[in-house]
Write a protein that binds this ligand. Structure first.
Ligand SMILES: CC(C)(COP(=O)(O)OP(=O)(O)OC[C@H]1O[C@@H](n2cnc3c(N)ncnc32)[C@H](O)[C@@H]1OP(=O)(O)O)[C@@H](O)C(=O)NCCC(=O)NCCS
Length: 246
């Protein structure tokens, strides 16, 4: 995907925190906004296509309107943006919108997270509380490293990946684009998790997982292989939590 090279210009010469718009105004967006603020930014507003949310507030911050308002907001050179949507595919769609508008995209790291200084963190990443990322790891664009997950040395994490709370990745694990590594799962060192694949909550993955495959259990076994146009399950119960974004 084309990289967004635009940076935030402080034309107002203010010393205040850089302001950020969060795309999405659901429960994941709430946590993202909290991390963004703890990372030293100010959240100016949320945008969400769910009209029922418009005019309401999240964390005391207004939900201004739909995503199309990006068209006006991107004219403000002091404003950055980040996507606050848990589902990998919906998150990628909104991330793409930010690229289209050439919006400066921020990454946010919770102050309690440990990200080794020899880690590459792609733009748009959100690193939640108590996460640990060890030396030599590469994290792609628009990823979620969720609460208390642990990613050891020399891992490769693709773009639009979600490592769920409490997941533990051994050294040199490869997680390909759009994969979801479920809550509390463990991935043994040097294992490869394929593109668009899903590792069920609590699984222990002891062998490579092919692309488009759902695995679960300890040791993890294939639950099903996804059809070519089939959407993988999202992060909610049976993938239902975030479908309104599509
Ligand atoms: C694995 C998962 C994706 C399966 O979803 P699914 O494709 O809709 O599959 P189903 O719910 O129909 O379950 C299929 C089978 O796998 C079993 N199964 C489902 N999840 C499982 C899990 N985590 N561990 C072990 N077995 C599991 C079911 O019991 C069922 O078994 P059965 O065929 O013997 O009845 C889902 O249960 C899961 O764990 N998602 C991860 C959620 C998560 O961690 N989100 C992050 C939130 S931040």
């Amino acid at each position: 995907m084309k990289k967004n090279k635009k940076s935030i210009i402080r034309e107002d010469n203010s010393d205040g925190p850089i302001q950020v718009v969060v795309l999405g105004a659901g429960m994941h967006a709430k946590v993202v906004a909290d991390v963004v603020m703890l990372a030293g930014y100010k959240v100016r507003t949320f945008l969400d296509d769910n009209e029922e949310l418009h005019g309401k507030q999240l964390l005391g911050i207004p939900i201004l309107g739909s995503i199309k308002l990006l068209g006006d907001l991107h004219l403000d050179p002091n404003l950055g943006a980040i996507v606050g949507i848990g589902d990998n595919f919906a998150r990628e769609q909104f991330y793409r919108k930010l690229i289209e508008f050439d919006f400066p995209i921020i990454s946010a790291v919770h102050p309690s997270a440990f990200v080794n200084h020899r880690v590459y963190l792609g733009q748009g990443a959100v690193v939640m509380a108590q996460v640990a990322v060890n030396v030599g790891t590469r994290i792609g664009e628009n990823c979620i490293l969720n609460t208390s997950c642990s990613i050891d040395h020399d891992c490769f994490i693709g773009d639009h990946v979600h490592i769920a709370p409490g997941a533990v990745l051994g050294g040199s694990v490869h997680v390909d684009d759009f994969a979801l590594v479920g809550l509390g799962s463990s991935i043994l060192p040097e294992i490869k998790i394929g593109k668009r694949s899903v590792v069920g909550a609590g699984s222990v993955v002891v062998e490579d997982v092919a692309d488009n495959t759902v695995v679960a259990g300890a040791p993890a076994r294939v639950v099903r292989t996804l059809g070519r146009d089939e959407r993988p399950p999202g992060p909610g119960v049976k993938g239902k939590l975030f479908i309104r974004y599509m």
